[in-house]
Design a protein around this ligand. Structure first.
Ligand code: ZN
Ligand code: CU1
Length: 225
């Protein structure tokens, strides 16, 4: 009985027309908004500065207090840019399927153009066309991290100095991130492929040089089982 009543109300000419009109307006409004959002032209979303108090969207750390390249993501799900303490945390967010689908623009620091300890936001570059060095010896905010570069050549140069290999944006996977984190902890590496800490210290990979505040890995001496 009730259902029949409702149906007849909706089909009643006048109500129907009013409803139709507001539906049309609604559609217009949503498609209008959709248009500007879907234009994935990256130029209209320039990078924004990371402020002193800004916290990482993933881990909540105060971004500016830590060394290494940071990340920034513009997403259809958020009005303001999301900021990340490290490329590692940025990718762990980006590689979630829902996040991935909503991405508009991504930025990382070009470490070929700025300082590792205190990256300057004028060096933020498009992350999707950037190059990344994985498995190097420098520490980011969360430990091991991906070093980001605008050019493949500067990434190669960094890899020659600090170890690791050069990969592209689309090569970064969750498995790769997982290996990064555990790789850094396992100094005794029975799997031998990753870190080679023992040889690293021989050929002077600046473990002891000027950058000691960046290298706060729990001192290599206490790793011996
Ligand atoms: Zn973080
Ligand atoms: Cu963190």
């Amino acid at each position: 009985m009730l259902e029949v009543k409702a149906v007849s109300m909706f089909s009643a000419g006048r109500v129907g027309r009013v409803l139709g009109l507001s539906m049309a307006l609604l559609l217009l409004a949503t498609t209008g908004a959709g248009c500007s959002e879907q234009s994935t032209t990256t130029e209209n979303l320039p990078p924004v500065a990371i402020d002193q108090g800004d916290e990482c969207h993933v881990c909540g750390m105060i971004i500016k207090r830590f060394p290494g390249p940071k990340g920034e993501v513009f997403s259809r799900h958020h009005e303001e840019a999301l900021k990340f303490c490290s490329t590692t945390d940025m990718f762990s967010y980006l590689l979630q399927p829902e996040a991935k689908a909503a991405v508009q623009q991504v930025y990382v620091h070009d470490m070929g153009a700025t300082d590792w300890q205190q990256p300057d936001d004028s060096a933020l570059i498009d992350a999707q066309s950037a190059w990344y060095v994985v498995g190097h010896s420098l520490q980011g905010a969360m430990g091991e991290t991906l070093a980001s570069f605008k050019t493949e050549a500067s990434a190669q140069k960094f890899a020659e100095e600090h170890g690791g290999r050069v990969i592209a944006y689309t090569d970064v996977t969750l498995e790769l991130l997982a290996n990064l984190n555990s790789g850094g902890m396992k100094m005794d590496s029975h799997n031998g492929d990753g870190m080679k800490m023992d040889s690293a210290s021989d050929d002077g990979m600046e473990m002891d040089s000027d950058s000691d505040e960046g290298m706060k890995m729990d001192s290599p001496s206490d790793h011996s089982m």
